[in-house]
Every structure is written in C-alpha cells, then in structure tokens.
Design a protein around this ligand. Structure first.
Ligand SMILES: *Cc1c(COP(=O)(O)O)cnc(C)c1O
Length: 399
C-alpha cells in the first residue's frame, strides 16, 4: 500500500508529466534509485550517515503532561532533534548519496521557507558538491536567516522573480533549469514531483516509522500505535510516519493540512479540502486552482505547509478513506504550539503545531489506554518571530 504502481500512481494520483527533454534523465534516476534501494551497501552508507551525522534514531518521547491533558498516552516522534532541525535532512542525505552514486556533481533544489534549501546546502557541503537553490524573491526577503545559512554553507541562492515569487515559482524555475541542464541532480524536498520522486522521498523518510516500530516495541512491548498523527505540506514527514503502518488496519491515521484563516475564507492551503484534480510540477494531484486551471496562491501562517498541491499518496489515501484529514487554522496551530511549550518544554515548528492541534479535535475519541504517536516534524527556532507576534498581540497569561 505504501508503493505506487510501476507508472508512479497511487490510485488516480501521481504519474510523471514531464517534458520530453527530461524523459531520459528521469528514466536514469528511476533506474538508479531502485537499484540503490536494493543494494545493501547503499543502505549501510545511508544509515551510517543518519546515525552519525543526522543524530538518528530520533527519540520517541512519552509526553506525560500532554497525555494527562488529553486523557490518553501520547508519544512524540522528535524529528525536531535532527541535525538542521527537521526531518528534511533524512531525505537530503538519501538523495545526495544517490547523486554521488550516479556520478553527479551539481545539485539543484527549490525551497520555500528555506528549510529544504538549508538541508540541501548542508549535504552538498558534506559531499563537496556544487549547490544551486531556487527561491522566490518574496521568500528570500522573508527568510533572511536561512538565506544566510545557505550562503555560508556554500550554496548559490537564485532569487526567482516570476509569478508571486514564492515556492510554486521557485519549483517552476528549478524544473526549467533542470530542462536546460539535465545532467544536474534535482533534490526535491517533499513527496511531490514526477515519479519516482514521491516514492523515493517516502522511502528516505520511512526511517521514521521503522524507528517508531522498534521504539514502541521497546517501550510498551507492542510495535504499533492506535493513532498516528502528522502534518502534511507536500507530505514527506507524514509519509515517513505512516509508511510501515499503511497496511495495518489497527492503526488509525490522521493528518493535518493548513486551514489558514479557514477553508472557506479564500486564505487557505487546505488542498485536500478545497482542491480539484489537476497537474502541477510533473504529477497529478488535488490542486488549488481556478476554473481556468490557474493556480490559486495558497496561504498559511506556516511557510512549510504553504503549497498549492499535495503529495499524490496523501490525495489517494484521503479519498480512499485510509487517512482522515483535518484542516487546522492558524489560530488553532498557534494555540497548540504554546500548549506544547508550556506542558513539555518543547517549542515546535509552526508546521508541527498543526499536527498537535489534532489532539483537541480527536480528544472525544481517545481512550485512556490508547497509544497515540505524533510526529514533531521540526523545531520552532525559525518561527520565533511568529510566536513573538502572538505573545504581544494576545498578551497571553504567563508572559
Ligand atoms: C518542510 C516542513 C514540513 C512540510 O513538509 P512535508 O513534506 O509535508 O513534511 C513540515 N514540518 C517542517 C518542520 C518542515 O520544515
């Protein structure tokens, strides 16, 4: 169930809608990835870096005070503790090893908030490879710190001035560059893009659920939870969290997408709720588009969930009823971020706070002996400005 068919489809979603000029590159990538996946030496090198460079396994932490608050047993999968502060390094390490195996020397990537750009610049420094990161000009201006980090790591940040100058436009530009430089290796940051990217990124993130299995076994002597909860932008941390449990009907799977100001407000990124079928960035999915098929710019307080499409696996599993998808609004996410901080001393990324807000929605269904595993996809350092604004605007008790 975690695998697409051999054309890259999950149900009706996915596939590879690419210009002819990329066909050979994508075929070579596909062959190289499935070959590498079957090669124990590749896996050994990858796992060695995950352990000694990224700091895996990430802890599975029983959150006692959060559990008491919601009347159940909540375990947090701490992707925030990875090197570079989120789950993105898992995928970046996997793809850079594949690039090396294919003899590539130049890496390109797109980034929105800059988290994937920083992870990619990091692994390029590690491997001594050239790195070009495409980033919308609006985002370059909004994300000063991540731009400086990428530059310090030796990457070239290419500001993109087309469209709204955000993630969608950066991705278009990266694809354009790839078309004229098909010898470059394009590291995509989420479970999106043409086949084999969604499957490949899901595989490189699947270490998350592989660890959850043995960590639950170790801690509660039962290798599966009753609930898995994660946030979905493109869907990579969620796919990693669900990967080894998709076939296990005992496990209820719940996702959170970004509701923004509300799904009916016009200011939202809740693709599963408001999207219709379309094609973007090389794959078929649910898409925020107008009646002419033009992309409607998404909005969310969280830059990492601000994508007009969604990974094809998530579109499929939500439609098929395997997963339940909540749209979590900005306010609900902020409230959940402050709650986790106060109760557990963990400042989560605003993206992860969308997953945390699901706890309140699902509380009526939780039983005292249920086991809930929730992935904290990243740490909140990058969101401090957003959090400070909240503190000053509501003057919340305790500040
Ligand atoms: C990028 C990012 C996300 C969203 O990406 P997915 O591919 O949906 O996981 C979520 N959380 C954090 C911390 C991120 O940096």
């Amino acid at each position: 169930m975690n695998q697409p068919d051999n054309k890259g489809y999950y149900g009706i979603f996915g596939g590879a809608y690419i210009p002819e000029i990329l066909h050979a590159s994508v075929e070579r990538l596909k062959a190289a990835f499935y070959e590498a996946k079957a090669d124990p030496a590749f896996k050994a090198e990858y796992y060695n870096l995950l352990k000694h460079y990224a700091g895996r396994p990430s802890p599975l932490y029983f959150a006692k005070r959060l559990s008491a608050t919601y009347g159940t047993n909540i375990y947090l999968k701490r992707e925030d503790l990875n090197h570079t502060g989120s789950h993105k390094i898992n995928n970046a390490l996997g793809q850079i090893l594949l690039a090396k195996r294919m003899g590539k020397t130049r890496i390109i990537a797109e980034t929105g908030a800059g988290q994937h750009g920083v992870a990619t610049a990091t692994v390029c420094a590690l491997m001594g490879m050239e790195c070009i990161v495409f980033m919308g000009k609006t985002d370059v201006e909004r994300q000063f710190l991540n731009v400086q980090k990428m530059k310090m790591l030796g990457a070239k940040v290419e500001p993109v001035t087309s469209g709204n100058m955000t993630l969608k436009d950066a991705t278009n530009e990266a694809i354009r560059y790839w078309c004229s430089n098909p010898d470059s290796f394009y590291i995509i940051g989420s479970t999106v893009g043409p086949h084999p990217y969604p499957d490949m990124v899901a595989y490189f993130q699947s270490v998350i659920s592989e660890e959850i299995k043995f960590q639950l076994q170790e801690q509660i002597d039962r290798g599966y939870p009753d609930y898995l909860i994660a946030c979905v932008g493109g869907g990579s941390n969620a796919m990693g969290t669900y990967y080894h449990y998709l076939n296990d009907e005992r496990v209820k799977i719940i996702s959170a997408e970004a509701g923004g100001l509300g799904i009916d407000s016009g200011e939202t990124a809740a693709t599963i709720h408001v999207g219709t079928i379309g094609i973007i960035h090389g794959f078929k999915t649910l898409l925020m588009q107008d009646k002419d098929g033009q992309i409607i710019e998404p909005y969310s307080i969280s830059a990492g969930l601000d994508y007009p499409g969604v990974g094809p696996a998530h579109a499929h599993f939500a439609q098929a009823g395997r997963t339940k998808m909540y749209a979590i609004n900005d306010d609900e996410a902020l409230e959940a971020a402050f709650e986790l901080t106060k109760l557990e001393g963990i400042i989560p990324a605003i993206e992860s706070a969308h997953a945390l807000a699901v706890l309140k929605k699902e509380q009526p269904n939780f039983k005292p002996d249920d086991v809930v595993v929730l992935t904290v996809s990243g740490r909140g350092d990058k969101d401090i400005d957003t959090y400070i604004k909240r503190i000053t605007s509501i003057n919340s008790p305790g500040f």
